[in-house]
Design a protein around this ligand. Structure first.
Ligand code: EPZ
Length: 418
């Protein structure tokens, strides 16, 4: 969907949302199918533009891939290593995740640098340094990365200076094909890392410790097709809970796992919401007006997730009191602030923090989404605002939220794509 989303605000949202598979789990798992011989069936895949972009890259490499009713079928038995064209690489920032998989499968890879994106420069130095430690030779010239390992990849002990999700994933993928064992220290601990390891182990890999800061991968495994179901999207779940919170409503996110939101649910509670963990998922009942949360600081998992910073910042705009939000993961993740200000929020950016003084009401306006999660934050503010809000740049939102208009309408919102 490109274009705009029109919102008539002021309606408390009520009902339930079935949470689909996690975008940030489906994408590395789709990349991992490059390393498997045979057919894989990947269930609970979200219908998102980033998933479609990954499928285009797989097709370009020769994979037979299709998507039907939330399931991706991929068979990478016959692949021809080919440099991925810049157009395909640029369609999705996270296409760098194909690097480790292609290098593992073909012994060489040629990709264009993904380049920065809306929330920061997104360097890949940690990815490349790790692959070099595993024996890859890497040339970066003219925006193209060329990797090759004539003697194949070798296992190594790799300490990450930062628990990078993408770097951890690329190392895991490459390590499956390496000779010997690879140990990753200071690995990312996100649930999506565990899910990628589960897929790879279903395909014949031998990975232990995923989800902890130390992951061990025994190399040399021949990976085969397998069946796997993607974990639910914790960020989508938190985003729809925020929609209930900001509108004073009551929403259940069915299929969400509370253990993936251990540092998020307490924030909703401290804002005055009643949050109940049920066998089906998580229910949030919001007060008529939220209380400001003193301090929200984003951290690597299991800390408060950077991907929910913008949605929770939107909630704080109408809360009672003043709160501080500190983004520590990405250097440019306040691009939703101008739009929130246009809607009447009172926010000051100071020293890397957003100081948000809650106002009694926001007023509808035309605003522009600059990135995926910031775009959703603008929708949230529009849902709470008096009158009509138009959010343009809806294509950003389509990357990470499946059928966002239909989902919000099912909760009673007056929202339409236009
Ligand atoms: C993944 O991005 C997610 N994307 C992001 O979700 C998420 O915000 C992020 O992890 C953090 O949780 C996918 O999984 C597809 P990182 P990734 O490598 O892997 C720096 C969303 O909205 N860094 O953990 O790119 C980097 O600049 C998206 O769904 C280096 O310096 O995140 C950033 O400041 C947005 N060098 C920090 O680490 C490197 O080589 C975290 O990046 C790699 C990263």
């Amino acid at each position: 969907m490109s274009g705009k989303i029109e919102i008539e605000g002021g309606i408390p949202l009520r009902g339930q949302v079935r949470i689909r598979g996690a975008k940030n789990s489906a994408l590395p798992i789709l990349a991992a199918t490059v390393m498997t011989e045979g057919a894989s069936r990947i269930g609970s895949c979200p219908a998102l533009s980033d998933v479609r972009a990954s499928m285009e890259i797989l097709k370009y490499l020769g994979c037979v891939v299709s998507f039907r009713d939330g399931v991706v079928y991929a068979d990478s038995t016959e692949l021809y290593g080919a440099p991925i064209p810049e157009t395909l690489m640029r369609e999705m920032r996270s296409s760098i995740i194909f690097l480790g998989a292609i290098l593992a499968r073909f012994g060489e890879a040629r990709l264009s640098l993904p380049g920065g994106c809306d929330i920061g420069l997104r360097p890949i130095d940690l990815h490349l340094a790790a692959l070099r430690e595993m024996g890859a030779r890497i040339e970066e010239r003219g925006g193209i990365i060329r990797c090759y390992c004539p003697q194949g990849l070798r296992g190594a002990d790799i300490s990450l200076a930062f628990p990078s999700v993408g770097a951890t994933e690329n190392i895991m993928l490459a390590a499956c094909a390496a000779r010997g064992t690879t140990r990753i220290f200071n690995a990312a601990r996100e649930p999506e890392i565990e899910d990628l390891a589960a897929f790879l182990n279903h395909a014949g890999a031998r990975i232990g410790g995923a989800g902890s800061a130390e992951i061990v991968i025994a190399g040399g495994a021949e990976l085969h097709g397998c069946e796997h179901t993607v974990i639910p999207d914790r960020i989508a779940a938190g985003s729809y809970l925020a929609a209930a919170a900001i509108t004073g409503g009551s929403v259940s996110v069915v299929g969400a796992r509370a253990e993936h939101l251990r540092t998020v649910l307490p924030v909703f509670r401290s804002a005055g919401c009643e949050v109940t963990e049920t066998p089906e998922g998580i229910r949030l009942d919001a007060p008529p007006r939220l209380d400001a949360v003193n301090y929200i600081r984003t951290m690597p998992y299991p800390g408060f997730p950077t991907d929910l910073q913008a949605p929770l910042s939107a909630c704080m705009c109408v809360a009672r009191g003043t709160g501080i939000v500190r983004e520590t993961i990405f250097e440019n993740r306040y691009k939703h602030v101008p739009g929130l200000l246009r809607l009447g929020a009172d926010i000051r950016l100071e020293g890397g923090c957003a100081v948000i003084r809650g106002v009694r009401k926001l007023t509808g306006a035309d605003v522009e989404a600059a990135d995926l999660r910031g775009g959703f934050a603008l929708i949230l503010a529009g849902l709470a605002a008096e009158g009509k809000t138009t959010v343009s740049g809806a294509e950003h939102i389509d990357r990470g939220y499946e059928n966002v208009c239909g989902t919000l309408c099912s909760l009673g919102a007056r929202v339409r794509a236009c």
